[in-house]
Design a protein around this ligand. Structure first.
Ligand SMILES: Cc1cn([C@H]2C[C@H](O)[C@@H](COP(=O)(O)OP(=O)(O)OP(=O)(O)O)O2)c(=O)[nH]c1=O
Length: 188
């Protein structure tokens, strides 16, 4: 059977695949993410996921490749990974007491076949006191995560409820990935 190559540096994506028993090999991607020129945000995350998958390094011709891209969207604005603590603070202040969307684009490639899709989850955030934002930033957790929080970590304290896939918020909707993998392999 074709091996799965995960073109992602995100530790969360490899953890999620491992959690559900999908064997894979982590590889790098040479893709550079442009952030402009897309019709809408769904098309943007799908294009980024496809770019990451197409530029995966060291994948044999019969290998399966997976690329993904996750963004947080509030009031139509994209909150990516914060570049500084100040940016993380601003993002958390904006998310406080509000509802936002987490959108992940996923691309699966196998022998010239490409499947690209997205998944969206609504996340209801509690109101955060300034001291909570400061101690969360001091923990270092926000820095490598879209929207400056991790639902799988201490960020779980700020999430009142979600509508949709939990694993999508963490960075990869594994239940959907599994279904598409099965379809592409003709297993279901
Ligand atoms: C909202 C949220 C995001 N995240 C993470 C998942 C992704 O790693 C990151 C979004 O950044 P991405 O650009 O999607 O991924 P990445 O840069 O980490 O990895 P690569 O481009 O190599 O695939 O935010 C969480 O871990 N938990 C959360 O609750």
């Amino acid at each position: 059977m074709a091996e799965l190559y995960l073109a992602s540096r995100s530790p969360r994506r490899t953890e999620l695949l491992t959690q559900v028993g999908i064997d894979h090999i982590v590889v790098s991607s040479t893709y550079e993410e442009p952030n402009e020129g897309y019709e809408n945000l769904t098309e943007m995350v799908k294009a980024q996921a496809l770019g990451k998958a197409r530029c995966a390094v060291g994948v044999p011709g019969d290998g399966f490749v997976l690329g993904a891209d996750t963004i947080v969207v509030l009031d139509g604005d994209v909150l990516g990974k914060p570049h500084s603590e100040d940016e993380a603070r601003l993002m958390l202040q904006r998310l406080s007491g509000r509802v936002h969307s987490v959108i992940t684009g996923v691309a699966l490639l196998l022998k010239g076949k490409e499947r690209v899709f997205h998944n969206e989850t609504k996340v209801y955030f509690k109101s955060l006191a300034p001291f909570e934002i400061e101690s969360y930033i001091a923990s270092g957790e926000p820095m490598d995560k879209a929207g400056a929080y991790g639902i799988q970590g201490k960020g779980a304290l700020w999430v009142e409820k979600i509508e949709g896939s939990y694993t999508n918020v963490v960075g990869l909707p594994v239940e959907q990935v599994y279904d598409v993998l099965c379809e592409m392999l003709g297993a279901k």
